[in-house]
Design a binder for this molecule. Sequence first.
Ligand code: MF3
Ligand code: CO
Length: 250
Amino acid sequence: MIIIKNNIAIDKMRHAGHILVTILEDMRQYVVVGVSTFDLDAMIEARMTAQGLQAPCKGYGTYKFATCISLNDGIVHGVPSKEIILKSGDFVKIDVVGAYKSYCADLTRYYFVGEVSATVRRIAEVAQIALDSAIAVIKPGIKLSDISSLVQNIVEKEGFGVVRDFAGHGIGQHFHEEPSIPNYGKPGKGPVVREGMAFAIEPMITEKSFEVRILPDGWTAKTIDGGLAAHVEDTVVVTKTGVEVLTRLV
Ligand code: MF3
Ligand code: CO
């Protein structure tokens, strides 16, 4: 069942989203050579707590951190570590869920450490274009898979792959709610999008193979062939005419 959010719920999600995006944008000054992903996670968690946000990823199954931080060929669910120290050229993706009075927002931002390759810039740009294009088509009356097929078409036209093993999702009092929103598929299928639905839209794209391998930590997902991966994500709520993006600064 896809839960329709009322204005009280949306207000809480909006508050969570605004705080989270402010934190992730402010982190740009700290995502630099020499810092560990463990320290970045701790800084983000401290800022969330100080501003009244819960971190539902922490304690989700065996997961122990507020954020997921994925580098280079890391797609999603990178486990923060004192051993992972940023170096010039790294392509960093920070994914975080924050909850205000138990209502969640979920977003991912990317960061370039020092000088990155042209391929890093291009894959990041294509992921961002795919997300922006998806956000632009969501409105009441479309079918859910219209989003999926749009993302796949944009990404594959640029010669990149879309990951099959993970998907976007509905979001609310739980950070994973129905429906699942894959980044591939044929248009015109699945449930009809309606006002008050809230979605985390998250293209995950790869330079080469879209196949995934999971590290022995049980979480960190990387490309099977070591090719680069990009991931971007925003939380949106469907309005009468389109969407409101809850995880961007206007
Ligand atoms: N933020 C992720 C998502 O976009 C979920 C994090 S998994 C967890 O769906 F283990 F960190 F909780
Ligand atoms: Co998500």
